[in-house]
Design a protein around this ligand. Structure first.
Ligand code: AHR
Length: 345
């Protein structure tokens, strides 16, 4: 048993949560609570798995959901890394709902996990539950998205990309490609989420410097491919033909949906409408290589190694950096074609 958590565990040994929220082992089970495998556990069944005195590290992972290919890749990375390190990682899929995530965090407290990895769906509203976690002496590693808090000591570290810079990079590409003249639709990520806020901010900061670049529509597509398609279909029908010349999507899935809508409207993506997005998922890299998606700014979801490096340090009582910035890459056609055979996600 890890020294740091011994007292907490013995204190929590009698606490059993009988919440109905399903938790799936990170090393097995499905991407969400409805399709999880027989490795699934309920909170009641699994409270204090280390009570038997095992040395195995137990980590609760509160995942947002499975809204995009990016997120599926992130889940896989975290599960895979836990398995490799012999960590008992319990994943709770929040189905894109903060209330579900908060419930699962409380379940992790009652189970006396050694650490918690949290991918927060939205930016605000975490302080009360994070305070409870802190009082229980459990370190928190935030992955992929940041939060707004009145007390930064409520979490140990954040491992995530610089979303503002990603937005800026997307805008620079669009300015370069359109010669600084475009009528843009912005497909936004989940309202209130860190990437939706910051990707919009970075993009708009650059676009504002170009008077002939105009964002005429901005809509929340919740990072989902089907929403990207539906929103663009509606906009293309509503606007005069030829009005929309560019689409900026906060993630690749929405961009790929938009490309489908553009083609179904009889237009050519990359010619009639330029599309730029963020993530760098395999389907997007392929689309860039084929000249449909103009550019994808990579935001790596392979966060498992960095997240568990931090977890392992924290449970040993070692210091961690408060922030690790995951670097981006810009994929245009030539680079995408070269990357395709190697693409991991
Ligand atoms: O937080 C990262 C974002 O969330 C990804 O860009 C998007 O695809 C995902 O759903």
């Amino acid at each position: 048993m890890h020294a740091l958590t011994m007292t907490r565990r013995s204190l929590l040994a009698l606490t059993v949560a009988f919440g109905a929220f399903a938790l799936a082992g990170c090393g097995g089970g499905g991407g969400n609570s409805s399709n999880a495998s027989s490795n699934d556990r309920t909170a009641g069944e699994n409270a204090n798995a280390n009570d038997a005195g095992s040395d195995q590290l137990v980590v609760g992972f509160s995942q947002i959901g499975a809204e995009s290919a990016w997120r599926t890749a992130e889940t896989k990375s975290i599960r895979g890394e836990a398995e490799e390190r012999g960590i008992d990682c319990r994943m709770a899929d929040g189905a894109n709902d903060q209330a579900n995530q908060i419930r699962s965090l409380r379940t992790f407290i009652s189970q006396g996990v050694d650490a918690i990895i949290l991918a927060p769906v939205v930016k605000t509203g975490w302080d009360p539950v994070l305070r409870e976690i802190k009082e229980a002496g459990i370190p928190v590693v935030l992955v992929d998205r940041g939060i707004e808090t009145s007390d930064p000591s409520l979490y140990a570290t954040l491992v995530a990309a610089d979303f503002v810079e990603e937005g800026r990079q997307a805008a620079h590409w669009l300015v370069k490609t359109t010669g600084g003249n475009a009528t843009i639709v912005e497909l936004q990520g989940t309202t209130g989420s860190d990437p939706a806020i910051d990707r919009s901010r970075g993009f708009r900061e650059v676009i504002a410097q170009h008077p002939d670049m105009r964002i005429i529509r901005a809509q929340d597509g919740d990072f989902r491919r089907e929403n990207g398609k539906r929103i663009l279909e509606t906009i293309l029908k509503a606007e005069q033909p030829g009005t929309i010349t560019a689409v900026y999507a906060h993630n690749d899935d929405m961009a790929l949906g938009a490309i489908r809508a553009i083609e179904e409207a009889g237009l050519k993506p990359g010619v009639d409408v330029h599309v730029v997005s963020i993530d760098g998922i395999r389907d997007a890299i392929e689309s860039v290589a084929n000249g449909k998606l103009g550019c994808s700014i990579e935001c790596s979801p392979l966060l498992g190694p960095l997240a568990f490096d931090a977890v392992e340090k924290l449970v040993k009582g070692e210091a961690v950096e408060p922030r690790t910035v995951v670097p981006y890459q810009v994929f245009e056609r030539e680079k995408a074609a070269a990357e395709l055979p190697e693409r991991q996600y």
